[in-house]
Design a protein around this ligand. Sequence first.
Ligand code: ADP
Ligand code: MG
Length: 359
Amino acid sequence: MNGVWHAPGRVNLIGEHTDYNEGLVLPFALPQGITVEGERRDDGLLELHSGGLRETVELAGLAPGRVRGWAAYPAGVAGALAEAGYLVGGATLRFTSDLPSGSGLSSSAALECATALALTDLYEVKADRRDLVKVAQRAENAYAGVPSGILDQSASLLCEADHALLLDCRTGMSSRIPLNLGDHRVLIVDTGVRHALEDGRYADRRAECEEAARQLGVPALRDVKDLAASLSLLTDPVLRRRVQHVVTENHRVEATVGLLRAGAVGDVGAMLTASHLSLRDLYQVSWPEADVAVEAAVKGGARGGRMVGGGFAGSVILLVRRAALPAVREAVGAAYAARGWGAPSYLEAVPSRGAARLS
Ligand code: ADP
Ligand code: MG
């Protein structure tokens, strides 16, 4: 028994730093992702290949911490499948990717989700996709040791072409929202800035949100119902800013869904820019190259844009009318050149289908 499966990366249209506050996010899947060619084997081994890399893992005795490095992601899926009662056996899995790794487009979830589909299909194990989301998340959290939420795995497994996925990070419930871009395009601009080291600023934001929720007496900032009253209860101006971002960002996700349902995709640009300004001024996680890209793009004719991801490094997304793409790229390039920065790189984000068997 063999086959080929593909699982995509994703970009989050809006809803930043809302996930760990048990709020709303709105990702969509990219055409780029990870493809795996898989074949069953009966010796209880997982033989994993990617690029020039090769690892062999014994399924018996798989447990968190046993496998390190990139193989922890696919091996973790096998381990988490077994923990969840899905009995699969050995396999040879050969991965290829057209998704840049470590750039915030979620190659790790694509790797997990491709593995989950391959192993369950190879062993004809029927598994609900929502269960596979949890299996893949468990692989990432426990086996690879990355404490991430359900956004990436949900997007990779549950998205459909020309749709975004409205995901409630508290309940895990999701629904597909039509995302027909018409004559608009979503452009990912890689600002070229990378994290030097995990410097703890992301952990600081999470801690600030937990502290604000504690002071407000709510389980999570998701539960803030009266923003003005809540802000007046907080004496620390930093916590006030954090709460203001999280609460208004959840509203912006809902407003964006309303605009998409109305077919008013161009107006989503204003939501993206509002999100960016909130991330810059209230949540304080933006970085100069992102601010300059958004400002230059909007001045150059983009409908809007925002930084994506945890912050301080990575990419910006822009919503641009197709005809304005050359002018916008020109404007961003000129603004970067004027500051002596290298030209950013671009990737068009086309809302694509979720993970699937190819053959
Ligand atoms: P992102 O998910 O945003 O791309 P992460 O840091 O979460 O970034 O995941 C990147 C890690 O996933 C890599 O360090 C590697 O361990 C693993 N990975 C991603 N793509 C591949 C691939 N094609 N082959 C092997 N490992 C991969
Ligand atoms: Mg990842």
